[in-house]
Every structure is written in C-alpha cells, then in structure tokens.
Design a protein around this ligand. Structure first.
Ligand SMILES: [Zn+2]
Length: 88
C-alpha cells in the first residue's frame, strides 16, 4: 500500500484511513474515512472526506470503460482455466 501524503485526522482523533472508491459514480476516487465509520460500531464516527477532486464526466466514462474491460479479461481467463481443467 502506498502512503498518503496527508492523513486527515478525524473528529475522534484517529487518523482517517485512505480508501479507494469503486462505485459507478466515483471509480478510483480516493476518500478518507474514520476506522469507526459505520453502524457496526457502538459509537460510530461519521467522518468522511474525499481525498481526490471529483472526477470529470469524461474521466469517469474512461475509467468505467477500463474497469469493464478488465472484468471481461478476468472472466475470459477464468473460463480458459476451466477449459484447461477439463482437458487435463
Ligand atoms: Zn473518527
């Protein structure tokens, strides 16, 4: 994992962890959020902030296209491996 240049510190004093979003709206966009983010915690912390600037619509389309291609390649590779298995 690469180290971020600036780690924002959250409301509760913990360094907010840097994550990468893979949602359709923000593919590859990094954000930081508290390690206690989420309803699973008794005292959740809702600190959330984007690390990267918003994606331009163009970049978003390009990235989603690339992701789709990677997935197609992975699926093809899996299929290939299955085929190999039957021939062994
Ligand atoms: Zn926090």
């Amino acid at each position: 994992m690469d180290m971020p240049e600036v780690i924002p510190v959250c409301y509760c004093g913990n360094p907010a962890k840097l994550n990468t979003s893979w949602s359709n709206d923000n593919p590859g966009r990094r954000f930081s959020r508290c390690k206690k983010f989420g309803n699973a915690f008794r005292k959740p912390c809702w600190f959330f902030s984007w690390f990267d600037p918003p994606l331009t619509p163009h970049l978003r389309v390009v990235l989603l296209g690339l992701l789709k291609k990677v997935k197609a390649l992975e699926d093809a590779r899996k299929r290939e491996r299955r085929t190999w298995f039957w021939y062994l």
